[in-house]
Design a protein around this ligand. Structure first.
Ligand SMILES: *Cc1c(COP(=O)(O)O)cnc(C)c1O
Length: 429
């Protein structure tokens, strides 16, 4: 088989040997028109496909590449580690170093356990929460994504508390009937649920800035209510910071919001582009995980030195003075530019943003719950997506997904993107 080809020839081959042509579903462009591009290299914020076209990338591997692609320090650290052996399956210095760097940024936790994905982090955190509390029920919210572990693949209720029916084939109802699903931004539903079932709840899990069904920024009072009710009923509060950790600020969302969760789950950025996840808590909770405690969790490749080295280099660079202020400035410039492009061309759109996370939604106001998102508008996003590909800009291939600003995006990249968006909107009128 040939090693070279075009986007179209690679995609044709991909569809034969990979289900849907992909290894993760959103990559398949099912929510936007056209076939996926097939990429062959990336550097900084630039992405090159097999036809040789270059794009400004605002998807950035769905968040991990906060420094941009192929950052030279991350690359050097990973190569140095690789030369010393890709995986040990035994204690090694880099996992200690990453844990120390990680916990230094998260003083509300004492210990962390590294795994290989965000999904695995959540799965393990939930098991630990259940083992620690001796309770079964996990509360999650409609529109929050916590990876694809069985018990978290639960369908949205219709505004009322529901005990979940699985939203994926292959998940027995027995696996989700201890998962309760509540709407975001609804204090009454939350209170009602806890007053009835609070003594059975092991944990409430929430993305502190929900960023997997657009960006649904919550009222601080609602998040505080999550904290107060879990405390009152002896349940744990888990912040799923797989996207927000080291993204929305030097330590993620918890310190920014002034709310201290009992556990946190991490991924994406902490691997610097390699497969890493982590969960963390106070020692009294972490003591329940094996080998110290009765809750089992393990991993052949967990803490592998190459991924640890990449994560460490990434955390080191994001810890430099002014790093997040720079991202904030860039995010604000992009937001203002996109909003102006829409207004100038009579397009109704809102750009929701938290630091370097942004989401363009074709509605007059930022929604705060899944039900408040007008799904019929996703078709507009699809058109924009395709038109921007033609103009050298690559956005996440779904209107339900957020975009990511990296340190590698320059003002020039932002202005070029805004001009392409303005040109696209103009072409529609
Ligand atoms: C991406 C994500 C996950 C899943 O992480 P994977 O590494 O894709 O398994 C879990 N929770 C949140 C909030 C995420 O954004």
């Amino acid at each position: 088989m040939s090693n070279s080809g075009s986007n179209a020839s690679w995609w044709e081959r991909a569809e034969k040997v990979l289900p849907g042509g992909v290894n993760s579903p959103v990559r398949a462009f099912k929510s936007v028109p056209g076939d996926p591009l097939v990429f062959n290299k990336a550097a900084g914020c630039h992405f090159t496909d097999e036809d040789g076209n270059q794009y400004i990338d605002w998807c950035l591997s769905w968040g991990p590449m906060i420094l941009g692609h192929a950052d030279c320090d991350v690359e050097a650290a990973a190569i140095e580690a690789l030369r010393e052996g890709a995986s040990f399956g035994a204690p090694s210095r880099r996992e200690v170093l990453l844990a120390e760097a990680f916990l230094e940024r998260l003083p509300h936790f004492d210990q962390a356990r590294f795994v290989s994905s965000g999904t695995e982090a959540v799965m393990s955190a939930i098991r630990l929460a259940r083992g620690f509390t001796g309770r079964d029920v996990i509360v999650k919210f409609v529109g929050c994504y916590h990876g694809h572990t069985d018990s978290m693949l639960v369908e949205a209720g219709s505004g009322l508390a529901t005990f979940g029916a699985p939203s994926s084939g292959g998940v027995p109802t027995g696996f989700t009937d201890s998962t309760a699903v509540l709407p975001l931004d609804d204090d009454e539903a939350l209170e009602a649920f806890f007053s009835e079932h609070g003594d059975k709840v092991a944990a409430l899990i929430i993305e502190p800035f929900p960023a997997n069904a657009g960006l649904l920024i919550q009222r601080p009072q609602f998040l505080q209510k999550c904290r107060d009710l879990t405390t009152k009923h002896g349940a744990l509060l888990i912040f799923d910071e797989v996207i927000t950790g080291f993204r929305v600020g030097p330590s993620g969302a918890a310190p920014l919001l002034g709310i201290t969760p009992d556990m946190g789950t991490y991924g994406k950025i902490i691997g610097g582009g390699f497969p890493v996840g982590a969960y963390a808590a106070r020692r009294q909770i972490m003591d329940h995980i094996s080998p110290n405690g009765q809750v089992y969790q393990a991993g052949t490749l967990s803490g592998n030195p190459v991924a640890m080295a990449a994560g460490l280099a990434t955390l080191e660079k994001t810890g430099r003075p002014g790093f997040y202020a720079d991202l904030e400035r860039k995010g604000a410039r992009l937001q203002a530019g996109l909003e102006k492009a829409a207004a100038d061309n009579g397009v109704t759109a809102t750009v929701v943003r938290q630091g370097s996370l942004f989401w363009t939604v074709f509605q007059p106001e930022a929604p705060r719950s899944f039900a408040a998102i007008d799904g019929s508008k996703m078709e507009i996003y699809g058109r924009m997506h395709r038109d921007l590909i033609d103009r050298g800009v690559y956005l996440a291939p779904s209107g339900w997904e957020v975009g990511f600003v990296s340190a590698a995006h320059t003002e020039d990249d932002i202005d070029t993107t805004v001009a392409a968006v303005a040109d696209t909107f103009k072409s529609w009128s």
